[in-house]
Design a protein. Structure first.
Length: 537
């Protein structure tokens, strides 16, 4: 094996290192000592550094100062770090098994690439003195600590010492990667991780604050000081509990906060804290306690709330009144057969058709007759507003209006009213004076189904059977609304005698002048019912 093949990696023929290895100097001392911190002393280390010339100021000392002793204290930073002296070790024990793994690896590299004898190397210069007798110095010329040599000197402030370029040996020990580059990558990685952690922490903190705000009621609105301003009528609908009422009070600006109102309700001095449906006279921006006292306490203007739907029968109306006021249904039914008590004259038989649909609020002490009278008065008021004042004519209009509301949709009221008027004419040859409406027959059967059998249509015992009895039914069949009453008073002028709703979901109604055309529409309705059995039951 030739000399070039025995050299370590990185050596090239003709370099100062090659010339230094060719020098036959036995047991040549190492040109420098590596500190355990990875730094090296500032003295020349040719051929590892750039070649130095004899007399170069970086390696020589002026003659007038050559004999002056070096005071280490004067050369260090004003805030030195205390040194930790360590016993000196022979140079040939660098690869001792007791050294750390990194130092052991370093020793192996140095053994594979032995240092150069700088004393007999002309390129090194006289400045490369024997390291065994010379203290290592930093870039400023001050002594530094050498743990390997056991020096008692101190290191300068690391922040003031500039970083040196990594030597080839350090590059080999670091696996071919530059130490500063590795540190920068690690620093960037730490910054990214820290940013992610801080972001997650911020999200968790925000969620926690929102939960606390919702659960503990943090930052809730303060109660109004009272006593309030202006006037407002507040309506409590049936089925509303304190929480719903508090929400509506807050929306209308009567109280400041729903939770504050609920707390005030619990503090009201009353055995029964129930809030009854009805109208209450309140103020805007009331203190929650004052509003709760009005709604719950003795000062409350409590009322009974009754809602009458369109075209419902008297039995259903009585049930609603009894539910809201606790008046027995029997008391109401007894009054139903005494229309004269409400100012109604013959031929009126009962209150059917006169209990006007709408919403009513009655004082808690209102009697059954007071309640029914208010509903009858609402119907009479609508009739008189349409210039219908004759009791007999009023009764006729209510009968037609109740049939309209049961047979047609509002948009067809006047058309159907014209067809009914045609059937009621004495010269009617098409139906021979028969109305032939299912709604009337169903009323007489006391049910609401839309389907009738042939036997039911042929039953003359049913006084409301318009297939067997000419003219209008004995009484209205429901409580008609204002729109139906108006259509009964002002019917359309047309030639129709028949109509049928072919789709009860959409209310589509088809009209015919002859019975033959009417049968076609009837079959269309039967086909629709066959596909919608649940609806046509």
């Amino acid at each position: 094996m030739n000399d070039q093949q025995s050299e370590g990696p990185g050596a090239e023929p003709g370099t100062p290192r090659e010339r230094a290895q060719d020098t036959d100097v036995p047991d040549a001392p190492a040109p420098f000592r590596r500190l355990r911190s990875g730094r090296r002393r500032a003295g020349g280390t040719a051929p590892w550094d750039a070649p130095a010339q004899q007399g170069d100021p970086a390696y020589s000392v002026p003659a007038q100062h050559a004999a002056e002793p070096v005071d280490p204290v004067e050369a260090v930073d004003p805030e030195p770090t205390a040194a930790h002296p360590a016993p000196a070790e022979p140079a040939d024990e660098v690869a001792s098994p007791e050294l750390p793994v990194r130092d052991h690896h370093q020793a192996e590299v140095l053994q594979a690439h032995p240092p150069v004898d700088t004393e007999n190397d002309d390129a090194a210069g006289s400045a490369a003195a024997d390291h065994s007798t010379e203290l290592p110095v930093n870039d400023a010329g001050a002594p530094t600590e050498d743990p390997v040599m056991g020096s008692s000197t101190v290191l300068a402030d690391p922040e003031e010492v500039p970083e040196e370029e990594e030597s080839p040996t350090e590059s080999l020990l670091n696996g071919g990667h530059s130490a500063p580059g590795v540190r920068k990558r690690r620093r960037r990685r730490r910054n990214v991780i820290m940013g992610i952690v801080l972001g997650i922490f911020a999200v968790i903190l925000a969620v926690t604050v929102l939960l606390l705000q919702n659960i503990l009621g943090m930052w809730s609105a303060e109660d109004y000081p009272g006593p309030g301003e202006g006037e407002v009528t507040f309506t409590v609908e049936p089925g509303w509990g304190p929480s719903v009422i508090g929400g509506h009070l807050t929306e209308k600006g009567i109280v400041s906060d729903r939770k504050i109102f609920l707390e005030a309700v619990q503090e009201v001095d009353a055995e029964n804290k129930e809030i009854h449906p009805g109208e209450y006279h309140l103020k805007y921006k009331m203190a929650a306690k004052d509003a709760a006292t009005v709604l719950v306490g003795e000062a409350a203007e409590k009322v009974s709330y009754v809602a009458v739907k369109q075209n419902v029968r008297t039995k259903a109306v009585f049930e609603e009144i009894s539910k809201a006021t606790e008046i027995p249904i029997g008391d109401l039914e007894e009054l139903n057969d005494q229309p004269e008590k409400f100012g109604l004259k013959k031929p009126v038989k009962n209150l059917e058709g006169y209990l006007h649909p709408g919403e009513y609020r009655f004082p808690l002490d209102a009697s059954a007759q007071d309640i029914l009278q208010e509903m009858v008065d609402a119907t009479l008021k609508e009739l008189t507003s349409q210039d219908v004042t004759d009791p007999a004519k009023q009764y006729r209009i209510l009968k037609i209006a109740s049939i309209l509301q049961a047979e047609a949709s509002p948009k067809d009221y006047k058309i159907v009213s014209g067809a009914l008027d045609n059937r009621l004419k004495p010269d009617n040859k098409e139906t021979d004076g028969l109305l032939q409406v299912d709604s009337s027959v169903i009323y007489g059967l006391n049910r609401y189904t839309l389907q009738l059998s042939k036997e039911e249509k042929a039953d003359k015992g049913n006084k409301y059977n318009s297939y067997q009895h000419r003219g209008l039914p004995p009484t209205p069949i429901g409580s008609p609304a204002d729109q139906a009453i108006e259509a009964a008073i002002h019917p359309d002028k047309n030639d129709y005698y028949y109509w049928v709703t072919v789709n009860t979901e959409t209310g589509e109604t088809k009209f015919a002048k002859t019975y033959e055309q009417h049968k076609v529409y009837q079959q269309e309705f039967r086909d629709w019912c066959a596909d919608n059995e649940d609806t046509c039951k």
